[in-house]
Design a protein around this ligand. Structure first.
Ligand code: C2E
Ligand code: CA
Ligand code: CA
Length: 608
């Protein structure tokens, strides 16, 4: 443990200057992200995060986080819930100012910290407040070292927290002399939320308040390509077009949040709810037409989310957040029509939260199970090996399948832990078979794109090879085609490192995305794994056959082996054998099975 040195007074002033500049030059979201990174840099901390008070009682949600070590799992969007006592104690303490914690100082305690990637040795916690309201906390965390904080450092962090609070919630008075945004003349967020909250109390019977959150798709690109002046012009046009559209309603509030983000609140009769999305879509098309004619070279869309406030306990802030969530969901799925927030979306968020909270326990209690799906040699129907596939067995015996949790854990980095657990299980399994003198076969494991952000995976694999003394030819790794498409050089680096260790690598899901033939000719991969999408038709059309055969010929010319996954029928298996596919994997030969069943399967196939 070392004791870190402090920033000089000048460095503290520079930090404050950085914060002011960030908000002057960037939109609030990017500015806050840049400040969080900068704080970690100047304080040389292991982690800097911002948690905001979530809409549920006594909960915080991580909204920004940066970690020195990219292998540590990020907690962004994780929600922490606390008991009344813990919450009240912490907010009381925060009302008196910051909290400085050192593990080696008796009496210190970290407040509302929740599970952290590594138990911290030292934390500085600066509350974010508006008046008496506690809105969140900015944490600067050290995992292994400690430090003291000078009055200048504390003052600078306080300025950071205040600015972040102000721009995140547009609540402070420094910026908001009146209720209107100077660029568009529309309401600013502060005035908007206040008015919506007031209006919510006056919604007539048989009517409902709708909150609409919109942004212009690709606006950042427009700003960067045509300049900020053009960007501002478009914002003004969008604001005017929105006002014109909504002039047919008598009672409507429109807010310019920042950059290209707008929120609208209006009261509609319940009978109009079912057609509201359609009406909003046609309003959007009018705005789009105006923007498009001013910016003909960029394809413009408007992404919109709608939330209907049906519950008397919902505040404007929650309604805006929910409409925004629906917008983001539509955006991520490229739905260029308004998306209505649904209870299902809320359920999904809660489910994700549940899985994230349960994962550490699942790993500790060995609820993650490795299943093995056989791979068969086409030549003689012998066993080539297997693919390791993870399942999560809940204490009640039910299973959660990887499609349900892997994407969630890929988003927050928890996938690393899942995969390391799977890899270790596979190495243990192979070692046990070798020790018992049983026949062994290569087992392949899946690699998530998250691993490639750091080089730790390679040293982890190396350490497993040494610890379990497993010959490298008995393990293989599968990288999906997408990984290559997204970060070719990182994927290539990983493949080279594996091959140096004597480990084979295959390209998984080949043909499922927009992979090009160029891609496979430019990498050194051992095996091409043709995606199961090509076998969706049990009888195989002539087209399917041609495509599969062509892929096999091409891969073989490039010196690769070929495996086809998702083989479900005898006809498919026969065809693949006839076109000289090397291996087959699919329900036709065997479903993924637990370790015990796979041992029996192995015995049976060897006895044939
Ligand atoms: P994948 O790597 O493409 O794995 C093959 C998936 O196809 C498996 O689904 C397998 O059960 C399924 N499958 C195999 N044969 C057939 C067949 O004949 N017909 C049909 N319809 N499906 C078949 P599973 O186990 O649900 O895994 C889904 C995905 O989750 C995997 O796709 C992989 O991307 C990911 N995954 C599974 N385990 C792990 C893991 O340990 N780590 C990582 N990073 N990802 C994993
Ligand atoms: Ca796979
Ligand atoms: Ca696959």
């Amino acid at each position: 443990m070392t004791v870190r040195s402090n920033l000089t007074k000048e460095e503290c002033f520079d930090l404050v200057q950085f914060v002011c500049d960030a908000f002057r030059l960037k939109n609030p979201e990017s500015a806050i992200a840049a400040i969080v990174e900068h704080l970690r840099d100047v304080f040389d901390a292991d982690c800097v995060s911002i948690h905001e008070v979530f809409s549920r009682p006594h909960s915080l949600r991580c909204i920004y986080e940066t970690l020195r070590d990219p292998e540590n799992k990020k907690r962004v969007n994780n929600i922490l819930s606390f008991t009344d006592d813990v919450w009240n104690h912490a907010t009381d303490k925060f009302s008196a100012g910051h909290n400085s914690y050192r593990a080696d100082r008796p009496g210190d305690e970290p407040l509302l910290i929740g599970p952290v990637p590594i138990t911290p040795m030292c934390v500085m916690q600066m509350p974010m407040r508006s008046g008496d309201d506690f809105l969140g906390v900015l944490d600067v965390v050290y995992f292994a070292d400690v430090r003291e904080w000078t009055e200048y450092e504390i003052a600078a962090l306080n300025v950071c927290a205040n600015y972040i609070t102000h721009y995140q919630y547009k609540l402070s008075s420094i910026y908001l002399d009146d209720d209107y945004d100077p660029v568009t003349g529309l309401l600013n967020l502060h005035a908007f939320t206040e008015r919506v909250d007031k209006k919510l109390m006056e919604v007539p019977d048989n009517c409902i308040m709708a909150v609409i959150y919109s942004d212009i798709h690709h606006f950042k690109y427009i700003n960067e390509t045509y300049g900020y002046k053009k960007g501002d012009e478009l914002i003004k046009l969008a604001a005017q077009a929105t006002k014109d559209n909504l002039s047919r309603y008598s009672d409507v509030l429109i807010c310019h949040l920042y950059a290209d983000h707008f929120v609208i609140a209006l009261v509609v009769p319940e009978t109009a709810v079912h057609s509201f999305a359609v009406a909003t879509h046609s309003d959007n098309l009018k705005v789009r037409e105006i923007l498009q004619s001013n910016c003909p070279n960029v394809m413009i869309h408007i992404d919109t989310g709608i939330y209907f406030i049906k519950d008397a306990n919902i505040t404007a802030a929650t309604a805006i957040a929910n409409a925004n969530l629906a917008r983001k969901l539509g955006k991520s799925e490229s739905i260029h029509e308004p998306v209505i927030f649904s209870d299902k979306m809320m359920e999904d968020i809660k489910y994700q939260e549940f899985l994230n909270n349960e994962l550490p326990k699942a790993i500790e209690n060995r609820q993650l199970k490795v299943y093995y799906q056989p791979k068969i040699n086409c030549e003689d129907d012998s066993l080539y090996g297997a693919e390791a596939l993870v399942r999560w067995q809940r204490p009640d015996g039910s299973f959660i399948y990887p499609d349900k949790f892997i994407p969630i854990f890929e988003r927050n980095g928890n996938i690393t832990e899942v995969d390391y657990y799977v890899y270790r299980e596979v190495f243990r399994y192979i070692r046990e078979r070798i020790d018992k003198g049983l026949p062994v076969f290569p087992i392949s494991m899946n690699v998530s794109r998250v691993h490639l952000r750091s080089n730790k995976i390679v040293s982890y694999i190396k350490s497993l090879l040494e610890e379990y003394c497993v010959p490298p030819e008995l393990v293989e790794f599968e990288l999906t085609e997408n990984i290559y498409m997204n970060d070719f050089s990182k994927a290539d680096e990983f493949v080279r490192a594996c091959r140096k260790l004597g480990i084979r690598v295959s390209m998984d899901d080949f043909g499922s995305g927009y992979s090009s033939l160029n891609l496979i000719s430019s990498i050194t991969i051992d095996t091409l794994k043709i995606d199961r999408i090509f076998l969706k038709n049990p009888d195989l059309s002539e087209n399917d056959k041609t495509v599969i055969e062509t892929m096999i010929i091409m891969a073989k010319r490039l010196g690769m082996k070929v495996i086809c996954e998702g083989v479900e029928t005898e006809l498919q298996a026969r065809f693949l054998k006839s076109v000289k596919c090397d291996q087959i994997q699919g329900y036709y030969y065997g479903r993924p099975m637990d370790e015990k069943s796979f041992c029996l399967f192995t015995e049976k196939i060897l006895a044939k």
